[in-house]
Design a protein around this ligand. Structure first.
Ligand SMILES: C[S@@+](CC[C@H](N)C(=O)[O-])C[C@H]1O[C@@H](n2cnc3c(N)ncnc32)[C@H](O)[C@@H]1O
Length: 245
């Protein structure tokens, strides 16, 4: 049973605590990238959340559907202009279906890591493939596992140290590729500690999951402006397509 880690504590302040992700300098390249891939066809976002990406993509004239586990995040989405116009299925994106196919399925902002087992991540790729039209693309944005930053015998890596946000990844179970992200935020409502479990995933695993789902590699870049992906890249945007016209 997949647990909801984006409940009533974080959903109402998600946009505030992730304000840097809404900055046009960060978000516009994401929308440009997806806009260029979707063509005239509809798109589906796995883990649509409060609509950070889906709403601006829809504002460019695309039909965008979603699958989302958290009713609290969906409540925030529905309260935004255009939010009620998006078709969203409440469920687990590893298994839930919207009952139709798309030119584009996308899963951004490390959200594949919310699936805590390899089997669930494999199922997610299959579910993405099942939702694609022939020739359609699956786009994934996720961090490269940052184990190389761990000092010997330590299990934690700080990834944010701002006045309003301290973030630490704690590697809890290397054998099962499990870690926890601890966020300490200062919001307009006060202090908030948000912790969620994740499973990190290697590039080679992702490519194999895509192959198992019948998808073919299109490209991998460091970011949304297609910077070269190298051995030092800390995150990637990867694209696979479903064979066909
Ligand atoms: C980090 S947020 C990203 C939200 C949005 N995509 C964005 O970029 O701002 C992850 C979202 O995925 C949802 N989520 C996590 N695991 C899920 C699952 N197995 N099925 C459906 N939604 C899931 C969470 O509830 C949350 O809304």
């Amino acid at each position: 049973m997949t647990e909801n880690h984006f409940g009533a504590n974080i959903a109402p302040v998600y946009d505030e605590t992730h304000a840097e992700r809404f900055d046009p300098a960060v978000l516009d390249p994401t929308i440009d990238f997806l806009d260029a891939l979707v063509g005239a066809g509809p798109a589906l976002e796995f883990g649509i959340g409060t609509g950070r990406v889906a709403l601006p993509l829809a504002a460019r004239g695309h039909e965008v559907d979603g699958i989302e586990l958290s009713p609290e995040m969906l409540e925030e989405l529905k309260n935004k202009p255009g939010g009620v116009d998006l078709e969203v299925v409440t469920g687990d994106f590893a298994t839930a279906t919207t009952g139709r196919t798309y030119a584009l399925v996308f899963l951004v902002f490390n959200t594949i890591n919310n699936l805590l087992t390899q089997d669930q991540q494999v199922a997610c790729f299959q579910n993405a493939a099942d939702h694609l039209d022939p020739g359609g693309c699956f786009v994934l944005e996720v961090g490269v596992p940052n184990l190389r930053r761990l000092p010997p015998r330590e299990n934690s890596v700080a990834f944010a140290a701002e006045p309003h946000h301290i973030g630490v990844d704690r590697f809890t179970d290397i054998a099962n590729q499990r870690f926890e992200s601890h966020h300490h935020y200062v919001t307009t409502d006060g202090a908030l500690h948000h912790v969620a479990p994740f499973r990190y995933v290697w590039l080679s695993e992702l490519d194999l999951m895509a192959r198992l789902a019948g998808l073919e590699p299109v490209g991998r870049w460091e970011d949304w402006v297609r910077s070269l992906f190298t051995g030092d890249s800390e995150h990637h945007v990867s694209v696979w397509s479903k064979p066909g016209s």
